[in-house]
Design a binder for this molecule. Structure first.
Ligand code: PEP
Ligand code: MN
Length: 370
């Protein structure tokens, strides 16, 4: 993977982590001096680091740099991602959103309908999933559909319902952005911005997400390798936004018994390569609600930091992804399973506040209609 510096054949990357409070002048001097030594030092703004491809063996140069008081750490690495990597940050990133957390050891639950369908539906689903123990409500206002004749989402109206429901229920909301043009509106109405599988490598969008002060849930493209996923995250991180979580949601394989093939390997591999939280989405991976709980439990056992599950009060009538949506009772049963599983795995209990399920949730929905 070539990140610039034409002419260099080295895959080694020199990385400098600046000392705290280093001045712009000191960075400029360093850049100047490095150029004199044949190094094309790049300094992504706001990240506290600089990097260069190494055109020659680095031992002497590294020693010099390590002695420089503007530099906290200098090292050479083989992998092309920097800020996403464990060399940059050994300990897990924990992303905090309105008192809810993702990453750092516990298991977080993200749940909700695939699409925002109406204000009533969303508020009901917030109630159902919140009561069952979800930490985040997730629903799409902008829907990336393969078929242009399928429901495309309520768009701006859907965003308003999301914000209103979040305010009402106290649950932070996650929703997808599909274009740079909609980014500010989406950011204004939600707590975490989702980048869908189909947009995993929309680099202009990833760069713009760098300037947004909201966490990003980045889904793996179904044709993306883990390297490509990490580099997609690196686009956001190096553009100034450190709050990124990755989501395994199934990849394309020759197997068509399921909608996609859930890559269980991805979870421990990502956990070893990156400090970023790893979310598992068994709903889009299986495409079939019958298999969602088993894959969800597997993902948790493999070390996922969060589960993202689609839940719908009446899946047969869902505007999108009904076949893979759990009914509320099945979601509650999954949460029960997880409560049993976590201690056996030596993991902390679920984060979401667990209150006994109230029968009024379904009643409310039935009585208000959609
Ligand atoms: C979704 O989360 O509803 C969705 C469309 O997912 P994906 O981008 O993984 O297909
Ligand atoms: Mn969906």
């Amino acid at each position: 993977m070539n990140q610039g510096n034409r002419g260099s054949t080295s895959s080694e990357l020199l990385v400098l982590q600046f000392a705290r409070n280093v001045s712009r002048e000191a960075i400029a001097v360093l850049g100047e001096r490095s150029r004199g030594q044949g190094l094309d030092l790049r300094v992504p703004p706001g990240t506290g680091m600089a990097f260069a491809r190494l055109p020659f063996p680095a031992a002497g140069l590294l020693k010099d740099l390590q002695a420089n008081s503007s530099i906290a750490r200098a090292w050479v690495q083989q992998v092309p991602w920097i800020l996403a990597g464990r060399d940059w940050q050994e300990e897990d990133t924990c992303i905090e959103v309105r008192g809810r957390r993702i990453g750092g050891g516990g298991l977080s639950l993200i749940a909700g309908p695939c699409s925002v369908e109406s204000a009533t539906q969303l508020s009901h689903m917030a109630h159902v999933v919140g009561e069952a123990g979800a930490d985040f409500l997730r629903a799409g206002a902008f829907k990336p559909r393969s078929n242009p004749y399928d429901f495309q989402g309520l768009r701006k109206k859907g965003l308003e319902y999301l914000r209103e429901t979040s305010r009402e229920s106290g649950l932070p909301v996650i929703t997808e952005v599909m274009s740079v043009a909609d980014l500010d509106a989406v950011a204004e109405h939600c707590d975490v911005i989702q980048v869908g599988a189909r947009l995993c490598q929309h680099f202009d969008l990833l760069h713009e997400l760098g300037r947004i002060g909201k966490p990003v849930l980045l889904k793996r493209g179904f044709g993306s390798t883990l390297d490509e996923l990490l580099l997609a995250a690196e686009h956001i991180l190096s553009s100034g936004n450190p709050r990124v979580m990755l989501c395994e949601r199934g990849i394309r394989s020759f197997e068509h018994a399921a909608r996609f093939t859930f890559d269980l390997n991805a979870i421990p591999i990502l956990k070893s390569l990156t400090h970023l939280p790893v979310v598992a989405d068994p709903s889009h991976a299986t495409g079939d609600r019958r298999f969602v709980p088993a894959v969800a439990r597997g993902a948790v056992a493999a070390g996922a930091d969060a589960l993202m599950v689609e839940v719908h009060a009446d899946p047969e009538e869902a505007f999108s992804d009904g076949a893979q949506s759990l009914e509320p009772a099945a979601f509650r049963a999954l949460v029960n399973d997880l409560e049993l599983l976590l201690p056996a795995l030596g993991r902390p209990p679920l984060r979401g506040k667990r209150t006994p399920a109230s029968p009024t949730a379904e009643d409310l929905y039935a009585s208000r209609g959609r």
